[in-house]
Design a protein around this ligand. Structure first.
Ligand SMILES: Cc1cc2nc3c(=O)[nH]c(=O)nc-3n(C[C@H](O)[C@H](O)[C@H](O)COP(=O)(O)OP(=O)(O)OC[C@H]3O[C@@H](n4cnc5c(N)ncnc54)[C@H](O)[C@@H]3O)c2cc1C
Length: 399
């Protein structure tokens, strides 16, 4: 059996490893556009902060791939897929045949249409190792940085730039930070902690223009205010990389649409990770990419034998000195939910727990302290009422 995997990130590599375990005689090839061997994408933040070098975040050596019998072809970009012929075409013209194909091309940063954003030195987004290299090479030209977007990645990048000695302002269009994970009260506690760390936070502001002729000179806000800076880092969300799928006329909505078996609807072609859209959801986090990849691999080997049922997202803010865990549904939109909170801004503490109408815990936010068992409690849908008093007081059961 010949398996081809497009994309050598966590999703693609997890599929390759799982296929190897399932099918010792299979031919497995991973096609990876980036020149570096598989690395931990979240660890790019520590490279940006100057705490690690790129080679230190590479996970496996060349030898490991040889021993696994996985061909990891880095610096190899897939130009076109032709499912009707079981073929892919690489940049440079080489063509490869496959029996089963996995699309895991990930995502790219969303660049909002702000005036002056294109073609100016000092405007960056962060997704790949090469982005970090470019940003680091530019650091000598900047004293102040403006981060556009106050989500998790934006805040982590802001902390990394502060560690590099820059004065950093984070701009968030929503009325508060981390709008996907936190409510206003929690965000205000967080903003206070970040300010103490030297990160200026401006929420509820809209960027109108990136200022400067050839190089960034600041960001102009709606209303006329100017935030000065020599560097702008855009962190405004992701867009799944769907170009190969669109070109091959696969079903694409915001991402490559997959069913519970990670099938695309085109025979022999599967997808997972940041590029995949499952039941209208694009998770954009490592645990979902990994869980989807496990399911995809099993079905590539034996179709119909594993189903994906969704991932409970759990994220931790990797900002030194700030403990923040957001797990499950922290901002429930529909249905009857209840929530309880405890906030102590002076001490930088915030706890919020959400449960459904059956009393099952479905979400938790804990800021300012470690709460190791919360991820498991939410995943298990633990009964909330008997735990609440202790949880609100910061007394967590031993895992
Ligand atoms: C700085 C940063 C920090 C993050 N921190 C966290 C975190 O703390 N926790 C968390 O859960 N998630 C985090 N994420 C998100 C996480 O990295 C992604 O969810 C995860 O990497 C998705 O894996 P993937 O394999 O689907 O895609 P990717 O990791 O993007 O891998 C896809 C690969 O496919 C390659 N590719 C695309 N098109 C082609 C082509 N045509 N031919 C060949 N190769 C191609 C791409 O170059 C890329 O290397 C972070 C992301 C970033 C950028």
């Amino acid at each position: 059996m010949k398996y081809l995997v497009v994309g050598g990130g966590i999703a693609g590599l997890t599929v390759a490893r799982r296929l190897r375990a399932l099918d010792p005689s299979a031919e497995i090839t991973v096609l990876q556009e980036e020149p570096l061997l598989y690395y931990l994408r979240p660890a790019l933040i520590s490279v940006l902060a100057g705490e690690r070098e790129l080679p230190q975040i590479v996970v496996f050596s060349e030898d490991w791939y040889d021993k696994q019998g996985i061909s990891y072809r880095r610096g190899t970009r897939v130009l076109r897929i032709q499912p009707a012929r079981g073929k892919v075409e690489l940049e440079g013209g080489e063509r490869l045949l496959y029996d089963k194909l996995l699309l895991a091309p990930g995502a790219e940063p969303f660049i909002p249409p702000i005036a002056g954003i294109v073609g100016k030195a000092g405007v960056f987004a962060l997704r790949r190792a090469a982005d970090v290299e470019r940003i680091v090479a530019y650091l000598g030209r900047a004293r102040r940085a403006v981060v556009v977007g106050g989500g998790l990645l934006g805040l982590e990048a802001a902390r990394a730039l502060v560690a590099r000695g820059l004065a950093v302002t984070v701009l968030e269009a929503h009325s508060w930070l981390l709008p996907r994970q936190l409510d206003r009260q929690g965000s205000e506690v967080l903003a206070r902690i970040l300010r103490e760390m030297g990160i200026e936070v401006r929420a509820g502001v809209k960027c109108q223009e990136i200022l400067g002729e050839e190089e960034v000179a600041g960001v102009g806000l709606e209303g006329g205010e100017v935030i000065p800076g020599e560097m702008v880092l855009i962190s405004a969300g992701i867009r799944p990389r769907v170009e190969l799928a669109v070109d091959a006329e696969l079903l694409v909505s915001r991402g490559i649409v997959v069913d519970d078996y990670m099938r695309t609807g085109t025979p022999g072609v599967f997808a997972c990770g940041d590029a995949a859209e499952w039941r209208g959801r694009i998770y954009g986090v490592v645990p979902a990419a990994r869980e989807q990849a496990e399911v995809a691999a099993v079905n590539m080997y034996e179709e119909g034998s594993a189903r994906y049922g969704g991932t409970v997202p759990a994220v931790r803010l990797k900002v030194a000195g700030v403990e923040l865990l957001c797990v499950g549904d922290t901002q429930p939109q529909g249905g009857p939910h209840s929530e309880a909170r405890h906030a102590d801004p002076e001490r930088g503490l915030y706890r919020k727990f959400v449960w459904d109408k059956r009393g099952k815990l479905v979400g938790a936010v804990v800021l300012g302290e470690r709460a190791p068992p919360m991820e498991a409690l939410v995943k298990e849908r633990a009964a909330a009422p008997p735990l609440l008093e202790d949880l609100l007081a910061g007394s967590y059961p031993t895992p």
